[in-house]
Design a protein around this ligand. Structure first.
Ligand SMILES: O=C[C@H](O)COP(=O)(O)O
Length: 253
């Protein structure tokens, strides 16, 4: 049985005090062995939050990183730094990074390799725009994103990659893809992964859905065949709501 990964992506929200208070409120959360609860926090809070979640079932992730280990890249954060402070996961290729910070499929691929070199679990985001969906280009676009993102990885690395399917038109808009539509794309993603590697490896890959996920719709999304968790923005900002999302995963096992 695949893992269920519920990841809250705070984006550029919260003060340090709010971030720490959030962790204080969710640290009693227990996940069963199938479920992982992850908070993707802004860089300045990572170190302190990693210390706060010790002895708890919550993990701390970064929202992006550079692919180089070190160098003259003003303002950037490297995988070495993240691993050094105990971060476990990193989001790579979020649509906001692709749109505002020129992240490409090629830099996503370099970052995924860099993540594995430093024992970080990559959460690789893919997804189509509304125009691509309306032009019937969703599956072709996502196939290209996945093939380039995973290029050159070993089967074991692919099995340990988390893929987040986030239709861009559903992010922060309140519009969720129907569970059937979201599952259809996640199933397609698994088939692409199977073509690149093997059915066996593809069966191990955790595929999340992201885009206006909230406590009210998570049960239906998780009840599908190929959605193994969620990458959640807005609804991960309140402790009570994040706990409900994780509990939805706990209920499944
Ligand atoms: O990383 C999270 C996604 O961008 C979804 O954000 P949202 O849940 O606010 O729509």
């Amino acid at each position: 049985m695949r893992k269920i990964v519920i990841a809250g992506n705070w984006k550029m929200h919260k003060t340090k005090q709010e971030a720490e208070q959030f962790i204080d409120e969710v640290k009693q959360l227990k996940t069963n062995e199938r479920v992982e609860a992850v908070i993707c926090a802004p860089f300045p809070y990572l170190s302190s939050l990693v210390n706060k979640v010790k002895q708890t079932d919550v993990k701390i992730a970064a929202q992006t990183m550079h692919f180089e280990q070190s160098g003259a890249f003003t303002g950037e954060v490297s995988p070495v730094m993240l691993a050094d402070i105990g971060v476990s996961h990193v989001i790579i290729g979020h649509s906001e990074r692709r749109e505002y910070y020129h992240e490409t499929n090629e830099t996503v691929n370099k970052k995924v390799h860099a993540a594995f070199s430093h024992h970080l679990t990559p959460i690789v985001c893919v997804g189509e725009t509304l125009a691509q969906r309306e032009a019937n280009d969703t599956l072709t676009h996502i196939e290209k994103q996945i093939k380039i993102a995973l290029d050159g990885l070993t089967d074991e690395q692919i099995a340990n990659t988390i893929i987040a399917y986030e239709p861009i038109w559903a992010i922060g808009t309140g519009k969720t893809a129907s569970s059937a539509d979201a599952n259809e794309v996640c199933d397609h993603i698994r088939n692409i992964v199977a073509k690149i590697t093997s059915e066996q490896t593809a069966e191990k890959v955790v595929i999340q859905y992201g885009g206006s996920v909230k406590p009210e719709n998570i049960d239906e999304l998780l009840s599908t065949s190929d959605i193994d968790g969620a990458l959640v923005g807005g609804a991960s900002l309140e402790p009570a709501s994040f706990i409900q999302l994780v509990e939805a995963g706990n209920k499944l096992s």
